[in-house]
Design a binder for this molecule. Structure first.
Ligand code: UDP
Length: 330
């Protein structure tokens, strides 16, 4: 199958990017990866067409968009750690906002009018609701969330000004790994919950720290909506098709989550059960910038994209991540 459409995946060598390039290729798109490999991995590009370059390199991006006759850009390249964003906010605004403007300018120069943008549940911050829907006020509690919200605002204004058609996918907690083990989560340093727990289960860390046990949640630890990365990848494929089919310029934010929340303590128990390993768990103070609870209402994505999570029950997520880490460490 081929759609004949050429897609540039910026940041395609990273965790969600590499799963999305697989899914786009399987859907028949021609994929070019654009990445500077600052955090991404060359072997996560498989046998795809790759251009090495910085997000801030507007002339290079313009040339690539023209040379490859790109129909749609999928943009993942960003700093992603909420905790780190509190410590070094300038870096987040520089990478996530200023460099994204270079990409948008390049798209304008090359006359590429379709974009799928990686956004985040962190745009919502703390809200007194059970599930987060897209129309709630956006009130990020960390610079990471602010940086993504700023780009969403830019995309909104680009509809009338430049005729851009875009979707911002607000992910909840990306997790799991490709079920065939072709790619998975490899951050260095690792800060994310499930990989850290698996490293503890593998004996690569001597203990795990729960950040905060005094939240206003049933067991006192934070609640998140963990979504399998292959479900996120499928959401991007659907969003690419959606923006390419639109007949008028538009911007929409859409949640990608499951609607089910799990506490940190529940995830700890699941990793211990799936891995059949025990490890030390310490209860520690809260990490700066963490909202107590983030759970998605994904009705909009279901209706607009025909998408729903299929691989995101917590056991499947942990099993696939465990399999990837164990295989990689043999
Ligand atoms: N977390 C934790 N210990 C760790 C890392 C994370 O307790 O060593 C918690 C964190 O406070 C949050 C949840 O696990 O409540 C998910 O954190 P992660 O960094 O994976 O994703 P985030 O929700 O920040 O995007």
């Amino acid at each position: 199958m081929t759609t004949g459409k050429n897609i540039l995946v910026v940041g395609g060598a990273g965790f969600i990017g590499s799963h999305t390039t697989l899914a786009l290729s399987e859907a028949g798109y021609n994929v070019t990866v654009y990445d500077n490999f600052s955090t991404g991995h060359r072997d996560a590009c498989f046998d795809l067409d790759v251009v090495e370059g910085d997000l801030s390199d507007q002339p290079k991006l313009t040339a690539v968009l023209k040379d490859k006759d790109i129909a749609c850009v999928v943009h993942f390249a960003a700093l992603i750690e909420a905790g780190q964003s509190v410590i070094d906010p300038y870096a987040f605004y520089e990478n996530n906002v200023a460099a994204t403007l270079a990409l948008l300018q390049a798209m304008r120069a090359a006359d590429v009018g379709h974009l799928v943008f990686s956004s985040t549940a962190a745009v919502y911050g703390n809200q007194d609701v059970d599930m987060l829907s897209e129309d709630l006020p956006k009130q990020p509690v960390n610079p990471y969330g602010h940086s993504k919200l700023m780009v969403e605002t830019v995309l909104q204004t680009a509809v009338d000004a430049y005729g851009l058609t875009s979707v911002a996918l607000r992910y909840f907690n990306a997790s799991g790994a490709d079920a065939k083990g072709r790619t998975g989560e490899r951050h260095d340093p690792e800060t994310h919950l499930i990989p850290l727990l698996i490293q503890a289960a593998l004996g690569q860390r001597d203990h795990f720290k729960i950040f905060g046990t005094d939240y206003d949640t049933p067991d006192g630890s934070c609640i998140r909506d963990y979504i399998h990365v292959s479900d996120l990848a499928a959401g991007h494929v659907a969003a690419v098709g959606y923006v390419l089919r639109r007949t008028q310029p538009s911007f929409e934010g859409m949640n990608l989550g499951t609607g089910t929340g799990h506490s940190v303590r529940e995830v700890v128990d699941t990793v211990k059960r799936v891995s059949e390993r025990d490890f030390r768990v310490d209860e520690c103070p809260r990490r700066a910038g963490d909202p107590a609870k983030l759970v998605a209402d994904s009705t909009r994505a279901q209706q607009a994209l025909g998408w729903h999570a299929q691989h995101s029950d917590l056991d499947t997520i942990v099993r696939d991540a465990w399999h990837f880490f164990r295989t990689r460490n043999r």
